[in-house]
Design a protein around this ligand. Structure first.
Ligand code: DQA
Length: 144
């Protein structure tokens, strides 16, 4: 099973940005965590990608179609709340997509409560820090 993990704007600032919300671990730690969990789950074809740019993320989702990616796990950062182009890209490629967030977006600012991706993703995990990614990966076990 080919898996693409996409992290959106400002996630590269983990460990620096608002540690009271996102914790002290860095983006490098998150990458390592995702690769380690994937290995333990025997999910061996995993790419982790990060960009601060909406269009680059749209390009990456489109490329996933041509690269025959089976599953996208995406933490779109703030794009979650307003990016119709990311939503349309996900709808275009018809690849199973799981939305993840470190924080509990349902219990923060009002503008974070709405995900414009909600209707085009199959599953959503949020509010558990790095574990949100682990739950997304675990949901794929025995399905490859
Ligand atoms: C986030 C939540 C978003 O509201 C925020 O803009 C982020 C991170 C999370 O992982 O909790 O950048 O997606």
């Amino acid at each position: 099973m080919k898996i693409l993990v996409i992290n959106g704007p400002n996630l590269n600032m983990l460990g620096i940005r608002e540690p009271e919300i996102y914790g002290n671990k860095t983006y490098k730690d998150l990458e390592k965590y995702i690769y380690d969990v994937s290995k333990k789950c025997n999910l061996l074809n995993v790419e982790v990608f990060q960009s601060n740019h909406e269009g680059v993320i749209v390009d990456k989702i489109q490329e996933a179609y041509f690269d025959r990616v089976d599953v996208i796990i995406i933490n779109p950062g703030a794009l979650t709340h307003y990016s119709y182009s990311v939503r349309d890209a996900i709808a275009s490629v018809n690849i199973k997509t799981i939305e993840v967030h470190l924080s509990d977006i349902t219990k923060r600012d009002d503008f974070r409560k709405k995900s414009v991706l909600e209707e085009v993703v199959s599953l959503r995990f949020y509010g558990k820090g790095f574990l949100s990614y682990e739950e997304a990966l675990h949901s794929l076990i025995n399905k490859n």
